[in-house]
Design a protein around this ligand. Structure first.
Ligand SMILES: O=CC(=O)O
Length: 332
């Protein structure tokens, strides 16, 4: 009997044993294509016919481009599952996949600790203004001349978490260890058990009362530019904003203006609207703490994410259902 095929888009860096063990149940295939045009051709050539599940990485977008209304219909008719390695799956057009009868999975939970850790690092760094002193030190000027303004402590500050999913909940625990008061806004209020007792507030109240705002929500049509000029104006003067979710949740142009006016005191960013390019206004501002999308960049977390994605592929082939189907496909 011919085995179903599993296509790898991107690299397996850690979980080689688990990946290779899939060959017991599937034929593992690798694309020849190195560009989107080549990938579309390869799909249309029939060479990938029989592929049932695709394992894809965040970085594979560099050569396939987004899984959008052009690419998804071009996939072989046999494709039933797209297993994305990552929590955020904004590179995949879920609606087009739904129409084609393709189910999508992601890697929730596996990313929570590492991403919440980076969020805490950025909160502390942005509150303390560490970017200025770190830069001065490397420039041979010790703390700089004049020394940087004094930073602020997290203790006693109100942290507003926008998006209380796995990362938001994990961050809540970590922030409370720093004696921050945590409030949150979500599409729906969570039970006290799930929210850990954090206070549920409206979106407007979160904007108006937080000293620090952390963005922990997925990027989709509803959340793109959720934070723009009007929202910045509603925030307290001197607010600190941290984004480890997706850059396009913030209107970057409006952010630069809010920083330049001093209304937003400082920000900590791991993600950007058009990464890897960064708005020059962010690069130029000393009150911006920047990381190049390092939220899950640890050995443990990258390994866990690969293992998780492979387990989705295995479940898809063995049972016809994904282990962690995305919420949009849960009811299908
Ligand atoms: O950005 C990282 C992820 O989506 O897992």
């Amino acid at each position: 009997m011919t085995k179903p095929k599993v296509l790898l888009l991107g690299e397996i860096e850690h979980a080689h044993e688990s990946w290779n063990s899939l060959s017991n149940i599937a034929e593992l295939v690798y694309p020849r294509a190195r560009t989107r045009a080549e990938f579309l051709d390869e799909c249309r050539s029939g060479d990938l016919d029989g592929v049932v599940a695709i394992y894809r990485t965040f970085a594979s977008v560099d050569y396939t481009g987004r899984f959008d209304e052009e690419l998804v219909p071009a996939l072989p008719a046999s494709v039933k599952f797209v297993c994305h390695n990552g929590a955020g799956y904004d590179q995949v057009d879920v609606h087009v996949c739904t129409k084609r009868g393709i189910r999508v999975s992601n890697t929730p939970t596996a990313v929570d600790d590492a991403t919440a850790d980076v969020t805490m690092f950025l909160i502390l760094g942005a509150l303390r203004g560490f970017n200025i002193s770190m830069r001065a030190l490397r420039g041979g000027q010790w703390r700089g001349h004049p020394p940087p303004p004094l930073g602020r402590d997290p203790e006693g500050k109100t942290l507003g978490i926008l998006g209380m999913g796995g990362i938001g909940k994990n961050l809540r625990r970590k922030a409370e260890a720093f004696s921050m008061r945590v409030i949150y806004h979500n599409r729906e209020k969570l039970s006290d058990e799930l929210s850990g007792g954090a206070e549920y507030v409206s979106f407007a109240e979160l904007l108006m009362t937080s000293d620090v705002i952390s963005l922990n929500l997925p990027l989709n049509d509803k959340t793109r530019h959720k934070i723009s000029t009007r929202e910045f104006e509603m925030m307290k003067k001197g607010v600190v904003i941290v984004n480890t979710a997706r850059g396009a949740i913030i209107d970057e142009e409006a952010l630069v203006k809010a920083l330049d006016s001093g209304h937003v005191a400082s920000v900590g960013l791991d993600v950007y609207e058009n990464e890897p390019s960064i708005h020059p206004g962010l690069l130029a501002n000393d009150y911006v703490m920047l990381l190049p999308h390092m939220g899950t960049w640890t050995i443990e977390t990258q390994t866990a994410m690969e293992e998780w994605t492979i387990s989705n592929v295995r479940a898809a082939i063995e049972t016809g259902a994904l282990r962690s189907v995305i919420p949009e496909h849960a009811a299908l």
